[in-house]
Every structure is written in structure tokens, then in C-alpha cells.
Design a protein around this ligand. Structure first.
Ligand code: PMP
Ligand code: GLU
Length: 394
């Protein structure tokens, strides 16, 4: 049958994180004892005070359309948060609330990119960046990094990647999938390059801001000369374990926020009203109210590094944030394990799924062919069991 779907969707890849999670769910429902370490999703319950705020919002009949860019008092809370945590001053007209940070990113791509505009993506990058950029007509330009530089792009690499077509650079810190955190000095190095190229904009995805074991998150918008050309993306999915509530937001130049508002008004309208009301409670709470989750992730990171470090062939960096490890497993390439030939990270990840019943994600989905991503947003018991199984089948 003729393919009636658009070229746009035909050329898009399926989200590898969501695909792996779906596969793990399917195998589980068939009775297989799968441990899912593929999805980046906190395994904590939402803090009670956030649930209470949502219940109150239902009782108060928050059941109509909200303003497209979010309730004013939510945007006020976000503005205060940007000031409190990031030293950034954004007026309400510079903030847009969306259905998850994923939509925030898609909005920015759709309103900023023309066909052929290049977007620099330090690789590894979060799985959806390249497809969102392509959907908007942009051309992802991957800048490969490796474990030797803690998976961070250097100013020299950035300079080299810039062409007359470069429109933007997108990155996350703490980084999904590597867990790397850019220091102020490192961001200053990148900003120094960008100062010579005044027409390049930055998307700074800070959704893992609070899951930072180094303790010092720096927003690139806070670096000299960057405020007017940076869109700061954040959301409540990770820090507040609210993945299913679907609230993300941006702070940025007013003209970009206005364009995102216009675009969102034709595509989805305002984000879910009850979730927005609950987000006010989340964002107004002191960061200390979620410290127990951060401490737990920190403990698990140390455990996972220790246990994976005992497996020969795993080359690990020390992730300073988020809840992933991104081991380089290229030492297994070209080998045959229990009759299975391992030639790339996808073979390796599939081998673990089929033989150890452990779901991970291939690094290829994040623009890195040598690594796999393991999410440690799982219980200590599951992590111990999963890594023991991995060790056994290798
Ligand atoms: N950016 C990064 C780096 C992420 O890991 C995620 C996780 N889904 C998102 C954006 C999107 O988050 P949200 O749930 O708010 O859409
Ligand atoms: N950000 C998470 C991850 O990377 C959630 C999945 C997704 O939204 O793609 O696994």
C-alpha cells in the first residue's frame, strides 16, 4: 500500500527511551522478570503537599482553560524560582508554561528555526533533541565528546562546529544521558566563543538542576552577555517526581516567549489546569523539601558506580548530576558472548535485555556509539539485582 504518511513523520525516529520502556513493559506483561533501567523517571511518589495542592485545585473548580502561557500566579512563582535558584530576572511576559519541558523545547524549535538552520548538539545529547530540531526543519550538528573529557564540549570544539548557518546550540546540564555538570568556568569558556558570534542562540535545558551532587548549578543565561540570547528550559518532572503531570516552562527573551505563546495557542493551548496549580506548590517549596530524593539518588549513584566498576570492560566517568550512568562498553565490540556477536552499543543493550532481563538504552539514541545509558532511578534492591545479572551474563 502506498505510504500516505507525511515525509515529516516518516523521517522521524521513535523515541528510543520510550520505545525501550514500552518493550520492557510488554515483556513484563508476558511474565518476564524484567528490571527496567531504561526510562529516566524518578521512582518516588509525588510529595504529599503537591498532591494536596492538586486536590484543592479540583475542589476550587480549576476546570476551565488557563491562559495559554500559564496562570499568572504560576508564572510569578517561576519568576521567583529563577531569581532564587539561578540569579535570573525574568518578567512574567518572558515565561511560558507548557505541557512538559519536551513541549517547551519543541515550541522553541518551531518558533526559532528555518529550514537548513544548524543546531549544535554536544553529543551525547538528550534523545529527543535531534528529532525535534529536524521536525522544525533544522539540521542537527553533533559535536562528539567522549569519556576522556567527561562528555563535555570544549570551547575549541564549539568554535570549530560554528558555520554561517549556525542558529542555536542546545545542551543539558546536568546532562541526560552522561550526568555531566558544566562548571561556571566551563560555561564561561563556551560563552567566550559565542560572544564572537552574536546571532547564535542557546537552549539551556536545566531540568536536572536540583539533582546535582556537586551542589553548584550554574545557568548559562547568568554568564556575561548570554541572558538576551538564551532560553532557559526547566520543569517539574524530575525534581518533584511529577513526570506524568506534564508541566515544563521556559524563561527567555520576551520576543521568543511571545512567539512560543502564539505557537502553543494554535497547537495545545494552556497546560493542564490542575497540574499548573499543583506546580505552584512545588516551585514555591524550599529546595530542602526534596533533599531526601537527591540524597537517595546520590547514594544510588555511588552504589551503581561501585558495582559496575567491578565488571571488567565497563569504563565509567563519575556523573555529578541527573540519575544516569553512561558507561563506555566499546571494549566488548567485536566479541562473541554466549553465542551473540556484539558489534555496537545497540547489540550490547539488546543482549542485556534478552539475557539478563535488564532494560537499558543504547548510546546511539543519544549520539554516542560506544556507551549505554543505565538509569538508577530504581530501588537499591533492583539496582543490585540488575547489576548482578549483567555481571553474570557477561
Ligand atoms: N530534557 C531532558 C534532558 C530530559 O531528560 C527530559 C525527560 N523527559 C525532558 C527534557 C522532558 O521532560 P518533561 O517530562 O518535562 O517533558
Ligand atoms: N527524559 C526521560 C528519559 O530520557 C523520559 C523519557 C522521555 O521523555 O523520552 O528517559
Amino acid at each position: 500500500m502506498k505510504n500516505h504518511l507525511s515525509d515529516r513523520i516518516n523521517s522521524m525516529s521513535t523515541s528510543a527511551t520510550l520505545a525501550m520502556a514500552a518493550k520492557a513493559r510488554e515483556l513484563k506483561s508476558e511474565g518476564k522478570d524484567i528490571i527496567g533501567l531504561s526510562l529516566g523517571e524518578p521512582d518516588f511518589n509525588i510529595p504529599e503537599f503537591i498532591k494536596e495542592a492538586a486536590k484543592e485545585a479540583i475542589d476550587q473548580n480549576y476546570s476551565s482553560y488557563s491562559p495559554v502561557d500559564g496562570y499568572a500566579d504560576l508564572k510569578e512563582a517561576i519568576a521567583n524560582k529563577f531569581k532564587r535558584d539561578n540569579g535570573l530576572t525574568y518578567g512574567l511576559s518572558q515565561i511560558v508554561v507548557s505541557t512538559g519541558a519536551k513541549q517547551s523545547l519543541a515550541n522553541v524549535a518551531m518558533v526559532m528555526l528555518n529550514d537548513g538552520d544548524e543546531v549544535i548538539l554536544p553529543a551525547p545529547y538528550w534523545v529527543s533533541y535531534s528529532d525535534i530540531v529536524k521536525l522544525a526543519g533544522g539540521v542537527p550538528v553533533e559535536v562528539p565528546t567522549s569519556i576522556d573529557t567527561d562528555f563535555k564540549m570544549t570551547p575549541e570544539q564549539l568554535e570549530k562546529a560554528i558555520t554561517p548557518k549556525t542558529k542555536m546550540m542546545w545542551f543539558s546540564s546536568p546532562c541526560n544521558p552522561s550526568g555531566s555538570v558544566y562548571s561556571r568556568e566551563e560555561l564561561e569558556g563556551l560563552a567566550a566563543v559565542l560572544r564572537n558570534h552574536p546571532d547564535i542562540f542557546v537552549v539551556s535545558d536545566e531540568i536536572y538542576e536540583h539533582i546535582n551532587f556537586k551542589g553548584s548549578h550554574v545557568s548559562i543565561a547568568n554568564i556575561d552577555g548570554m541572558y538576551d540570547r538564551t532560553v532557559t528550559v526547566n520543569g517539574v518532572s524530575k525534581a518533584f517526581a511529577m513526570t506524568g503531570w506534564r508541566i515544563g516552562y521556559i524563561g527567555g527573551p520576551e520576543w521568543i516567549a511571545r512567539a512560543c505563546n502564539k505557537f502553543q495557542g494554535q497547537i495545545t493551548s494552556g497546560a493542564n489546569a490542575i497540574a499548573q496549580r499543583a506546580t505552584i506548590a512545588a516551585i514555591n517549596a524550599p529546595v530542602s523539601s526534596i533533599k531526601y530524593m537527591i540524597d537517595e539518588f546520590h547514594k544510588r549513584r555511588d552504589l551503581v558506580l561501585e558495582l559496575l566498576g567491578e565488571i571488567e570492560g565497563f569504563n565509567l566517568n563519575v556523573p555529578e548530576g541527573a540519575f544516569y550512568v553512561f558507561p563506555d562498553i566499546s571494549s566488548f565490540f567485536g566479541k562473541t558472548i554466549n553465542g551473540t556477536e556484539i558489534n555496537n552499543a545497540s547489540d550490547f543493550s539488546l543482549y542485556l535485555l534478552e539475557n539478563a532481563n535488564v532494560a537499558t538504552v543504547t548510546g546511539e539514541a543519544f549520539g554516542n556509539k560506544n556507551c549505554i545509558r543505565i538509569s538508577y532511578a530504581a530501588s537499591e534492591k533492583e539496582l543490585r539485582e540488575a547489576i548482578a545479572r549483567i555481571k553474570a551474563v557477561l
